[in-house]
Write a protein that binds this ligand. Structure first.
Ligand code: LLP
Length: 439
């Protein structure tokens, strides 16, 4: 290790931050839109999530451009980030929502979302969740098994309703992503097998509590290549032809989500470029007139957010140097769960006491799996702040209270305006629903 007073580590590298231009350096000071992050860390404390509204709307804009002139509904897959202030941005922009639980449904409605633009995905919907969704009139249930169809029909019939359904088919296409986030292969729990789909559609069409309205697929997440999408579309369109061939009309085709983002020199296609290819295929196969639905999550919010953390200690070691920070796997679970990479960068110039070394950046949690980044060249001293980048998706929504750590605060930046959209959680908040046993 060495100490020094140079400014930022590698300017060329830092100039290429994922998420630009909404997360960018001005001189040595990292900004989200027009707000310097150093000031936010000082005012609100850390760990702290900071989101750019403009980045979210720009990401949405790429999809909207891709679908210009088409009948299409973008349903934000809110599992990526379900904070109310984030949902509100998408609701105001006219998005629908892809939900996977009754809790998510309540969040969408609380954020001002339109029930008719909600689609309900997931392999394990309960009867209570079905009733809840039917009573507010959601747009469609994406059903994942024959037995779920029977239960949904039963629940809807008891309410004197017909549930709108789409069946999630499993195209058996390899999305070439991490095994935990690939969902469209035969061994996955999701959807119905391609070869069973026609029979299951015929069964659905006979159930009196259902109205078949669409077909659905979702092959995985963090997909950076166009080929799996094009292959999945071929497989789904084969089925559309077969299903309509037996007299069942499909009003919409839902291609799921899954488009990747740039975490670490990843080069996913832009949403509009991907959809240009997919729409050309749809048109060529004669289905360009159908209503399209999509369920993007990560690609709408992932690069809109950063997580700020303070360096607590710098701990040199024989084999490894550790940079111990105040954010941990409970705030940022992706490295521990998927060995995921998030860039970690300084938010201001280093001071004279800064140490230049290659560090494992780790949190305070009592687990060896509690790391945020491995082998990162950094120039840091205790008290400095770092930003974990590309932290808008699947971070806060997967955060936990492990080690009785309160969940972080969240800010939404809009130009130079800062909105607190979630207060830091206290220990009292965490204990609110617990009871001591009284004799
Ligand atoms: N639709 C369905 C049915 C899904 O299962 C998912 C994600 C999406 C849409 C949205 O996919 P996206 O556009 O965000 O890729 N926690 C993992 C990602 C799990 C994704 C699960 N399903 C991670 O942090 O990488």
């Amino acid at each position: 290790m060495s100490t020094g007073s140079h400014a930022l580590a590698d300017r060329d590298e830092l100039a290429q931050l994922p998420g630009q231009p909404f997360v960018a350096y001005r001189g040595d000071a990292l900004h989200v839109e027009d707000v310097a992050l150093k000031a936010l860390a000082g005012q609100y404390g850390t760990p702290l999530f900071v989101y750019s509204k403009a980045a979210m709307l720009a990401a949405l804009g790429a999809y909207q451009r891709g679908f210009a002139g088409r009948q299409a509904q973008i349903c934000y897959a809110m599992k990526a980030n379900s904070s109310l202030g984030v949902l509100q941005v998408f609701a105001k922009a006219g998005c629908g929502f892809d939900i996977v639980s009754g809790g998510e449904l309540e969040r969408v409605l609380a954020a001002g979302g339109d029930a008719q633009k909600i689609i309900f995905s997931g392999v394990g919907k309960t009867r209570a969740e079905m009733r809840q969704a039917l009573s507010v009139g959601i747009g469609c249930f994406n059903v994942e098994s024959a037995s779920e169809l029977d239960v949904l029909s039963d629940v809807a019939s008891q309410m004197g309703l017909k549930a709108p359904v789409s069946i999630r088919v499993n195209p058996n296409v390899d999305p070439k992503t991490h095994p935990y986030i690939s969902t469209g292969l035969k061994g996955n729990k999701f959807g119905v097998a391609h070869e069973d789909a026609l029979r299951i559609y015929q069964h659905a069409a006979k159930l009196k509590g259902l109205k078949v309205v669409g077909i659905d697929c979702h092959i995985g997440s963090q997909i950076t290549d166009t080929t799996p999408y094009l292959d999945a579309m071929d497989r789904v369109l084969e089925l559309v032809a077969a299903i309509e061939g037996v007299g069942i009309t499909l009003e919409h085709i839902d291609f799921g989500g899954g488009l990747g983002i740039n975490y670490n020199h990843d080069t996913p296609p832009e949403a509009d470029a991907l959809w240009q290819l997919l729409l050309a295929k749809l048109d060529a196969r004669g289905y360009g007139h159908k209503k399209l639905m999509i369920e993007p999550g990560r690609s709408l919010v992932g690069n809109a957010g950063v997580c700020l953390t303070e360096v607590l200690y710098v701990k040199p070691g024989e084999q490894k140097n550790f940079c111990i920070v105040d954010a941990a796997m409970n705030d940022l679970p992706r490295p521990a769960m998927y060995q995921a990479f998030h860039a970690i960068v300084p938010i201001a110039a280093a001071g004279p006491d800064a140490v230049a070394a290659t560090f494992d950046v780790v949190g305070p949690i009592c687990e060896s799996g509690d790391w945020l980044g491995r082998d990162r060249p950094l120039l840091v001293a205790p008290g400095d702040h770092l930003a974990v980048l590309s932290a808008g998706a699947y971070c806060m929504s997967m955060a936990s209270n492990y080690n009785t750590r309160g969940r972080a605060a969240e800010l939404l930046v809009d130009g130079s305006t800062v909105h607190l959209i979630r207060e830091r959680e206290s220990a009292q908040d965490q204990m609110r629903h617990e009871r001591l046993v009284t004799d």
